[in-house]
Write a protein of this length. Structure first.
Length: 244
């Protein structure tokens, strides 16, 4: 009996690891697709694609998976993918934006609507919550193995055209205008290895989620994250410290 339990536990851990790895590959596949769609399928002429390919290699993503994602962007994958953003409200009125990449809008819309309704939320119309978010270029440079102080990094960021920078013990976070991301990224790449370089959404303010709504809220985010069509979920929520 104990042997069976041990095997069951090992299989359970392996299943969880496989699921986590699958989600990482899924996210990387979409990042590869978007980078190739925006700048072309050749990494030598597309710095953003080259950055994502490097991240995919670091995550041990199979080469066939990488190439398949790039082929989709150039129309060789057989399906046409569209980027769609849904806006809605979670429990306690929290603003949520859901960025999707899909080859079937009806399937995706139904799944996203179902996730909101399952967990006490509701979908809104276009523009219903997007005004609560700022769209910015976002670059992350990890401190690990990097011999540079905050002042020197800030000077490099400003010289490159960046707007602002935050730092902690682990990383430098750099913010740009969306239109300036490519130029700032290319300038910083000449001196540093970048961990992240993307245009993303930041909430202007956050809505506190009451303790009795936390389970509903996290259930909604989890269901959205597990949807294969969902690329990113942008939240304007603040959870109680005990729930984080």
């Amino acid at each position: 009996m104990s042997g069976h339990s041990k095997w069951h536990n090992i299989q359970g851990r392996k299943g969880a690891q496989d699921k986590k790895r699958g989600k990482i590959f899924q996210k990387l596949s979409r990042d590869l697709y978007q980078a190739a769609k925006a700048g072309g399928p050749e990494p030598d002429g597309n710095p953003q694609l080259r950055l994502v390919i490097d991240k995919a290699h670091a995550a041990n993503m199979p080469k066939d998976n990488i190439q398949r994602a790039i082929d989709k962007a150039s129309g060789q994958g057989g399906a046409n993918y569209e980027e769609i953003t849904y806006e809605g409200y979670g429990p306690a009125g929290t603003a949520i934006m859901v960025s999707c990449l899909t080859d079937n809008k009806n399937r995706t819309a139904a799944a996203v609507r179902s996730a909101f309704s399952h967990h006490g939320g509701s979908l809104g119309s276009n523009g219903s919550v997007s005004y609560m978010f700022d769209r910015k270029g976002y670059i992350v440079i990890l401190r690990d193995g990097l011999d540079v102080d905050e002042d020197s990094m800030l000077m490099d960021v400003l010289d490159a055209g960046g707007e602002d920078m935050k730092s902690d013990d682990d990383q430098f976070e750099i913010f740009t205008a969306p239109s300036d991301l490519t130029a700032v990224r290319d300038a910083l790449q000449e001196k540093y290895d970048l961990d992240t370089a993307e245009v993303t959404m930041f909430p202007q303010n956050k809505t506190a989620v009451p303790s009795d709504k936390v389970s509903q809220y996290t259930g909604l985010i989890d269901e959205l994250d597990e949807n294969d069509d969902v690329q990113d979920v942008y939240e304007a929520a603040e959870l109680p410290e005990a729930a984080e």
